[in-house]
Structure formats: C-alpha cells, structure tokens
Design a protein around this ligand. Structure first.
Ligand code: 2NL
Length: 344
C-alpha cells in the first residue's frame, strides 16, 4: 500500500512537471485529487485496514495528498507568471524602430511674404496694426481725401452692403483709425497688412479679393528722403542687397507729392529682359507724402506734422519673388503649387 502511494506520488509529480498549461494542470488535479481519483479511493478503503495500519497509511495518504496539492499550487503560480511574461513580451514596444514620417505642411506663400515684410519694417521701428474688413464710407474714402463724387467711389468698383457700409478697398482705413486714436500726437509708425476687396473680373493678374500692406509714418519733420531711405532699406532686405529703387512722379488722392516706386530687375540686373519688359525696372509700390487734408481730418496739425505713406500688393510681391505667372494660384489650393513652398 505504502509503495503504491509512493508510486502514485512520483507519477503525479512527473505529470505536474510536464503540464505546460493551466488546463493540463487542472486535468492532473482532477485525475489525482478528484472524487474519482486514486487518493479518494484509498481514503474510502481505509475502513478495511487493520487498526494498526490505519493511522500509518492515513498519515502517508495525507502527506502524499498535501505534497501533490502543494506542487500543483506552485506549478500554477509558475504558469501564471509565465503567462504574464509572455503577454508582456508580446506587447513590448521596440523603441529602436524608425518612426513613421510626419507630413509637414508649408506656409502659404502670401503668409510667408506678409511675415517677411513685417519683419523688415519691425526692424525699422514700425508696429503692425489691424482693423475691420467691413468698413464705413468715412474711413475707407472720406478720411483719405476721396470725396463723395470721386470716381474711385463708384458703386461699380466696390462691394457695398449699404450706402455707408462696404468691404474695404485698401488697408488705409486702418491707418486713418490709428491716426485718429493718437489724438494729434506723433509719432505714428505702423504697417497694415490685410485683405482688401475690389469689384473686378478675375484673371491672371486681377482678383476681386487680394492682400495689401500699407505703411504710415507721421511725426515732426518727416521728409521725402525718409520715405526713400525706408523703402530702399526694405527693398534691399526683401529682394536682396544688390537691388536699387527709383521714384517716378505719380498721383494718389491721399498723398502729395505721390510717387511710383520701381525696383531694379533682379533677373537682368538692369540690362533689360522679359520680366522687366526691357526697361531694367519693375514697379512694386505706390507712395507719397501724406496729404495735409488727410492729416487734418485725422486730427493732426499739418503745420507741425508731416508724414509719408506707401502701399503694395502682397500677391504682386510674391509673384515677383517666386516667378509666379497667375494670381489665381494663390487661392485654388492646388497641392502641387503649395508644396513648392516647403522649407527643406
Ligand atoms: C498702391 C498705392 C498707396 C497710400 C497707399 C495712404 C494711407 C494714408 C494716408 C496716405 Cl492713411 N496714404 N496710403 C499712399 C500711397 C500709395 O498705395 O499702389 N497700393 C497697392
């Protein structure tokens, strides 16, 4: 009997050792310790044993049963640990794997140009000012010396909501508002970038909505030479140190005198080519000394104060800088166009 139990124990321990899953282990448990198992059977047969044998065998059975039980418990814990280890191994992240490439967008060329122009003028002591795109007639026209009967105010040329309310046709109203806020005290030194609107048929060089940057410097003793110096510094920073400017007489209702500003052609260096239409010069902006009436209307004493102002089209600057042949490229969001402005 004793030998039989010993053999049973060795058999059970070997099966426990061989069990590789919790399910197999459970089967071993049932087959040895279950109700129909050999241990239970021995215990059931105890009654047939003699009084001397009974406690001895009983003790052996208990030891065998406890040993098997204990081994199963230990093995169960071991299997559980292995399971956790396997799970962790399967979920581990290889931090040395190369990452997926991230698609990086590009700044819109108009945004990039506005930021470059802002940087150049901030470097010259200007601040950036903003204002509403829906304007009242007074700031858009009246305050800029464009009286009620002026042809530029034609209903055909602007987007009107009512007789008094329209989409601004230039960013000058922002400057008029800023001057007014200064209550006759200089200096005012600002640039105003933003969207403007004109009733125009769209084609390769015209758009009913476009971007403009205007600048204004009002203080005591501001002269035409200051305008020339500031624009020369700007052009050299924006287009390149080898570029020159040239002023030609012109007319704007809000400046007197008024000038057109040309930049020397960067392609032919002034020799004449397709880009500059064989003149060696490219027109980039309009400017002038602020009309005394404009200063007075915005609260400045024109006998004490003077100023210069200028305005340029952002699309035109971007088209010149990047040799773009159609203004509509800026608004159609064609990825083949936009992706060309990625920084490398
Ligand atoms: C152009 C010309 C210009 C101005 C804009 C201005 C603003 C105030 C007073 C006087 Cl508040 N002038 N702005 C002056 C001259 C020219 O723009 O060709 N723009 C695209």
């Amino acid at each position: 009997m004793r030998e039989q139990l010993e053999k049973l124990k060795l058999e059970a321990l070997s099966q426990i050792k061989n069990a590789s899953t919790k399910k197999e282990l459970q089967e071993v448990r049932i087959s040895y310790l279950g109700k129909k198992g050999p241990i239970t059977e021995v215990l059931r047969g105890m009654g047939k044993l003699s009084a001397e044998e009974r406690p001895l065998i009983g003790q052996v059975v208990n030891v065998v049963r406890d040993t098997i039980k204990e081994e199963i418990e230990q093995k169960e814990q071991k299997l559980e640990e292995l399971e956790v280890e396997a799970k962790l191994a399967s979920e581990s992240i290889d931090v040395t794997l190369p990452g997926r490439p991230i698609q990086i967008g590009a700044k819109h060329p108009l945004t990039a140009v506005i930021e470059e122009v802002e940087d150049a003028f901030i470097g010259l002591g200007f601040s950036v000012a903003q204002g509403p795109e829906v304007e009242i007639d007074y700031y858009n026209f009246e305050a800029l010396n464009l009286p009620k009967n002026h042809p530029a105010r034609d209903m055909q040329d602007s987007f009107y909501f009512t007789e008094e309310l329209l989409l601004r046709t230039q960013t000058s109203p922002v400057q008029a508002r800023t001057m007014e806020q200064h209550q006759g005290k200089g200096p005012v030194k600002i640039i105003c970038p933003g969207k403007v609107f004109r009733r125009d048929d769209d084609d390769a060089t015209h758009s009913h909505q476009f971007m403009q940057i205007e600048g204004l410097f009002v203080d005591e003793n501001v002269r035409m030479s200051d305008l020339k110096g500031v624009l020369d510094a700007f052009v050299k920073q924006f287009f390149g140190a080898d570029r020159e400017i040239r002023l030609r007489p012109s007319f704007f209702p809000f400046t007197e005198p008024s000038v057109e500003v040309d930049v020397s052609c960067g392609i032919c260096k002034g020799q004449g080519c397709r880009i500059c239409k064989h003149t060696g010069w490219i027109e980039v902006l309009g400017a002038g000394m602020v009309h005394p009436r404009v200063l007075e209307m915005s609260g400045f004493d024109s006998s004490k104060y003077s100023g210069f102002a200028f305005g340029m089209g952002v699309e035109r600057l971007a088209m010149l800088k990047h040799d773009i042949d159609d203004i509509r490229h800026f608004y159609t969001n064609d990825m083949r166009f936009l992706a060309q402005f990625k920084r490398v």
